[in-house]
Write a protein that binds this ligand. Structure first.
Ligand code: PHE
Length: 460
């Protein structure tokens, strides 16, 4: 494909500096996945053994998919669907459907993500305004159940979340996404480190550290592997076009592999730091680590209530969770907005209002799953669980396979080297050999095996 022969495109916005690229992409990766899913899945799947499998999934599968998405996005300079159309202009094969799966997945994720983010926002607000001061250790479950069991509160918070992220998206890629993530990420890190110091200096904290780092390999089952891989995709925001879209905003001088490696490392670090803020405290006060999704909302407030200055740390913890959730949701909303503005020529304002509106309307089904719709099951799952399952366990891995195949076999070695080495100037050819082999064979085969196993078609 010769870029100079393309019809000239209207000037696109993009990320302006290396730091801006890192802030935006890391801001997408870091989210409720680190603070809510990672600890609860670790707790439910046996601790360090799960963490171990998860890290392998990140390095071997999710990170190569991220590099692939960056290559597709930057090479094409277009949104998740448009990128495939531009790189495969003949349209003899429907590769662009990979992008369509991505846009659908962005909606599916947002349907439930905005609900949980709303819980986090409301908890942050409540903590900031002193609303936990009179909640006893044994009352945190009651507080949470009565909150999610009511319809109005969670719905209102879900819409507040949507309005916040919409305003960032409307401000644009540079002035909205890049500026916002650059300002918020450092705050998140500092708050997290303070919570870590607090948790790790509690008497009896070591038990929690061991839980996170000393694997018992007998705990690894097929279910554990599936859960870890689903999380690896979800965590690094790959398999659905977020990183393709963000890749299209990355300048030609940036190193795509280096960006992906930095994001993967920093994101994993945040997960571990979140685990270190949670598990030592959980063990120190004799709580159970396997509470699942309610760990964040029931166990954590109880644990923090128990420790000195708990009120302050509880507030910090939920503020940092809210910041993390916001960066991730911005990137999820950008996927359909970029698609609608570029492919359908909508204005950014209308694309945002429409997408966020749809997320709010259908997302309310997920929100009501804990109240009036708690008995309404589709395929045996509540709407909340259905959206979560369809996105993490199906759409992202399926998208991931096609992204790998597209880059490994369709674009091929020449374009991989061109894009991922910046025309040879990065001198990383050895790394790219490993990468090419991984996206051609290892990643797709591994994903398909885990997927089939997860669907019960292949029994491990
Ligand atoms: N990575 C985000 C998190 O961990 C979630 C996300 C998934 C964001 C997919 C964008 C795309 O919370």
């Amino acid at each position: 494909m010769n870029e100079s022969n393309e019809p000239s495109q209207p000037q696109r916005e993009g990320f302006t500096t290396t730091l801006g690229v890192l802030a935006a992409t890391l801001g997408s990766a870091v989210g409720l996945g680190n603070i809510w899913k990672f600890p609860s899945l670790t707790g439910q799947n046996g601790g360090a053994a799960f963490v171990f499998v998860y890290m392998i999934g990140v390095a071997l599968i999710a990170m190569p998919v991220m590099i692939s998405e960056f290559i597709i996005g930057r090479k094409a300079g277009a949104n998740a669907v448009g990128a495939f159309k531009r790189l495969e202009p003949a349209r003899t094969k429907p590769w662009f459907l990979t992008g369509v799966i991505g846009v659908v997945a962005a909606f599916l994720i947002m349907f439930f993500y905005t609900d949980v983010a709303g819980w986090v926002y409301s908890y942050a607000f409540r903590a900031l305004s002193g609303g936990f001061a009179h909640v006893g250790v044994n009352q945190t479950a009651g507080v949470f159940d009565s909150y999610i069991g009511s319809a109005a509160g969670p719905l209102i918070w879900q819409w507040i979340v949507l309005i916040v992220i919409s305003s960032v998206i409307i401000a644009g890629v540079t002035r909205g996404i890049e500026r916002m993530t650059k300002a918020l990420l450092p705050i998140l890190f500092v708050l997290l480190l303070i919570c870590d110091v607090r948790a790790l200096t509690l008497p009896g904290a070591f038990e929690g550290v061991r839980y996170l780092f000393q694997p018992d390999f007998t705990k690894i089952t097929a279910g554990v592997v599936l859960a870890a891989m689903g999380l690896a995709f979800f965590k690094l925001s790959v398999g659905m076009g977020t990183m393709t879209t963000y890749g299209s905003y990355i300048g030609k001088k940036e190193s795509l592999p280096a960006t992906a490696i930095r994001v993967a490392l920093a994101d994993t670090l945040v997960s571990l730091l979140a685990g270190l803020a949670i598990f030592p405290a959980v063990f120190a006060f004799g709580f159970k680590p396997d509470a699942g999704p309610s760990l964040l909302f029931i166990t954590i407030p109880a644990v923090f209530k128990t420790m000195p200055f708990g009120q302050v740390f509880l507030t910090m913890f939920f503020v940092l969770a809210a910041i993390a959730a916001t960066g991730a949701m911005i990137s999820l909303l950008e996927v359909p907005v970029a698609y609608l503005t570029e492919e359908k020529k909508w204005s950014r304002l209308w694309a945002t209002i429409f997408s966020a509106g749809l997320m709010g309307v259908v997302g309310s089904l997920a929100t009501l799953s804990t109240s009036s719709l708690s008995k309404t099951l589709v395929f045996g799952k509540t709407f909340f669980d259905l959206f979560d399952f369809l996105s993490s366990n199906i759409a992202l891995p399926v998208g991931g396979v096609f992204i790998c195949l597209f880059v490994g076999w369709k674009l091929g070695k020449k374009i991989i080297v061109e894009e991922a080495s910046n025309d040879g100037s990065l001198h990383n050819l050895a790394l790219l050999k490993v990468f090419t082999f991984t996206v051609r064979y290892i990643a797709p085969i591994a994903i398909v095996l885990v997927l089939l196993n997860g669907l019960g078609i292949l029994k491990a």
